[in-house]
Design a protein around this ligand. Sequence first.
Ligand SMILES: [Zn+2]
Length: 496
Amino acid sequence: MASFDRRAALRLIAPLLWVAACQGGASCNRDGADQASTAAEQEVSGDMGDGIYEVIPRGPFHLDEDLKVDAREPAPATPKAPTVVLAVLDTVRADHTSLCGYSRKTTAYLEALKERGAVYSCRAYTPGDWSLPTHASYFTGVSVARHGAHYAHDAKDENGERIRSLYVYPLREDVRTLAEEMRDRGYQTVLVSDNGLLGEAGLQRGFSVVATRPRKHDPRADWVPPTLLRVLAEEVDPSKPLFLVLNYLQAHDPWVAPDLSLDWDLLDPQMAPADFKSGFRRFLRAGLKPGDERLLRRQLTDLYDYGVYREDQALQRSLSTLERAGWLRAGFRIGITADHGEMLMEHGMWRHLFVYEGNTRVPFLYWTDGDSPSLPEPFPAIAVHSLLRDGRLPDPMPAVASVAIPNPDAGRRKGPGSMPAVAMWFGDEKLVWIGGTYMRIDLVEDPDELAPKPLGNHPKRSELEALVAAIEAGKDRRGEVDPALVEQLRALGYVE
Ligand SMILES: [Zn+2]
């Protein structure tokens, strides 16, 4: 009885929840915050435990001291096949990259790649709403419904009592990964990831070298370039072709305080990052005065933008290392995108657990010495799989779709981020399914997604319904989850 009533109730309130509250900053009130910030609240309410959300007041950085790597320069590379690279800028939303017109110079290197001939899209959409499902899609070329790597359900006994918590389902065994395919083609397959999750849940399948950053609470894009250097010098045969996956995590919370000695145009040079955590918690409880709330948003934006900037810089250092060592001489295919964006207080949300534009629209670049296809818009970022494997877009092109299957713990609360949601994009139109309700949004008329309309008999309705059915059918997998994986998720703040 309870579950039926709950579903019916969700259908009624879903459009309201989508719109949420707290837009316009100062107008946010207590009710609005409680209703709209659910995804954030699920992460920060209750037991704050081990301080996952602490901003790390670190800096100034001394890169050479802090990340000293005892590696010699790699031997000159002499591969006989193109080098293939997937570089994921974790948590980077398109509209906060200067590549896509953002006023701050966050991604000078992406702009430089554009000048060097990379094709790009500022309307690419991620297949999932957080790291695991999206990376699994990039690695396999199939949708979240097919690869099955996403949040799981609790295991319950016949009386409905929870007997074990299963937080995620790993990648299905019967789906081949790009690393496995490239390995079979004679490539050496290397993963260097600031996001430790990429070494878990089946995402590591097919890699001969896995270097992930296990330390908790400290995303550091600067870890990647020296680690790559060491791997190239010590683990890689310079004569064999190379498939490489890189992940940079610094735009992901907990954010690192900017180094004030760098040339970085802070909005608020007086910002006090150490206060951020308490400030945000007060925001969630709507206890902030309007002026404080604006300051908090500015601080959040400062920290986030700085993370994007550092990821861009670390990408530059990494690709420069490859180029300098000769890895691009025999040709190259390099795909650069993000696995999701980040909510920066729109709809009262932060972090990333839903299908709003801020969370799903990411930059996408493809840089090659071979043929560069023109990228349609909107663009399905999952197409990076075919571009890297085959050097061309998939045929037919996959749907531009994004899926959010929430953490089961979120079911205790209501609102965006607590219900499964599916979005599809057709031109400027976005079709959404959330909590049993179908809606559409015209992104030209309503770019902030504040006024969804009923979907009605839309000509694309059946496509959305088919995807919803596939998600619904595939989401209820049962299985064991590696405890080490749960630890990784805890470190990233996805489980309590
Ligand atoms: Zn991620």
